[in-house]
Design a protein around this ligand. Structure first.
Ligand code: MLT
Length: 405
């Protein structure tokens, strides 16, 4: 038996596992320390009451022979697909058919799995810094080439996003086959305007590239003119797949549910990608549990919408506390407005990991080092707004007490 030796190329631990391991080690050495975790973007508010009610009802249905359900339809029950279609697309003036929507256990799985339907010969472009799943899954698949001494993979096209370009990537000079874009961005918390996204759609159409658009954070958009979906841009259905998640929108990180849109008119070499993804999912995925699908449906009820908005406002307020507190402490900060992430520049002379260690040591606050998201993230650091307000305020006070001049 031969193993997939692409796995030998990859860092042995996933970024957020490394961060969690360091936190556990610190906590074990300092059992009395009240460590505040603002690292992984994991939610802390309970699910909306409307979601809980829907799940209770679904559990009761599963207990009764007449209403019991076995395997769900591979791509989702009609009730959830119709709710998604109406609320996320039709009501926003976007024409997406029900059979272009594929329900899943979340955007992380989908953005890793989608590569199954592309050749390993494709050249991939990613932003730098970037959500590590995009790069790690391409290394596993054999699309990365080898890593150089600067931490860059030889076969990946990097699109640096730094303060100098306001964290929006420039169009690459070498044409990629597949382009990963995520807006509002993880990790920088920055957004792309309609005009900026149009540039990407036009470029992809001209060069016959595919855009993988991750809009897991769209529900955090508060400013006018910032697209929530790539399909707000004309022509995007011919060049883009959209990945969506209920994790951040409705606190589903532990529930596991999201969806991917693959338009039927999205064709490469005369082949539509929609039936390929349908075939892949039907073969390797057995659908989302009925209870979870009913929970997801409840997000779109009038009550659910209202409750979810309140929770989002809670996190948005945390983001404001972090952003303003850090500014007051003298940090250069980005994001945090249309996003739950605040991206800050670490003090001069520190690497991202050195700052991580010092923040943990001096403030007992855990964040995520920017370099963990890619070489261009070096010198930056990410804090999330998904903690409790009380802990967020406490964390920022501690940071101010150490770093404010
Ligand atoms: C993050 O912290 O970047 C995200 O929570 C990770 C994820 O969504 O998988």
């Amino acid at each position: 038996m031969k193993i997939n030796d692409n796995f030998l190329k990859i860092e042995s631990s996933y970024l957020f596992s490394t961060v969690a391991k360091k936190q556990r080690a610190y906590q074990a050495a300092h059992p009395e320390a009240d460590v505040i975790r603002l690292s992984i973007g994991d939610v802390t508010r309970p699910l909306a009451p409307a979601v809980i009610d829907a799940m209770h009802k679904a559990v009761d249905e599963m207990a009764c022979e007449a209403t019991f359900r076995g395997y769900p339809p591979e791509y989702g029950y009609d009730f959830i697909l119709e709710a998604i279609q109406k609320n996320d697309y039709t009501d926003r003036g976007i024409d997406i058919a029900k059979d272009e929507i594929f329900l899943s256990d979340g955007a992380k799985s989908d953005c890793g799995n989608i590569g199954d339907i592309f050749s390993v010969d494709n050249k991939v472009a990613i932003c730098d810094p970037v959500y590590p799943v995009y790069i790690d899954t391409n290394i596993m698949a054999g699309r990365s080439g080898d890593k150089d001494e600067n931490g860059l993979w030889s076969n990946i096209i990097y699109m640096p996003c730094t303060a100098e370009n306001n964290f929006t990537p420039d169009l690459p000079s070498e044409v990629p086959d597949v382009i990963y874009l995520c807006f509002p961005n993880n990790p920088t918390g920055m957004v792309a305007t309609k005009e900026q996204l149009k540039k990407w759609v036009d470029y992809a159409l001209e060069h016959k590239s595919l855009i993988l658009f991750d809009s897991a954070y769209e529900s955090f958009v508060v400013e006018e003119g910032i697209p929530k979906s790539i399909y707000e841009i004309e022509g995007a259905k011919k060049c883009a797949i959209e990945l969506r998640s209920f994790s951040k929108t409705a606190g589903f990180t532990g529930m596991r549910c999201g969806y991917t849109v693959v338009p039927k008119e999205l064709e490469f070499e005369g082949t539509s990608l929609n039936p390929l993804w349908a075939r892949r999912q039907a073969t390797k995925f057995n659908g989302v549990s009925y209870i979870t699908q009913r929970a997801a449906e409840a997000i779109y009820s009038e009550e659910g919408k209202k409750q979810i908005k309140e929770t989002l406002a809670y996190y948005q307020n945390n983001a404001k506390i972090i952003f303003e507190g850090l500014k007051d402490a003298g940090f250069e900060c980005y994001g945090g407005v249309n996003s739950p992430y605040v991206w800050l520049r670490v003090p001069q002379g520190y690497t991202s990991w050195e700052f991580f260690d010092e923040l943990l040591e001096k403030c007992q606050v855990v964040g995520t080092p920017g370099s963990g998201f890619g070489p261009a993230g070096e010198g930056y650091f990410r804090l999330t707004a998904f903690g409790s307000t009380e802990k967020t305020i406490e964390a920022i006070e501690r940071i101010k007490s150490v770093y404010k001049k």
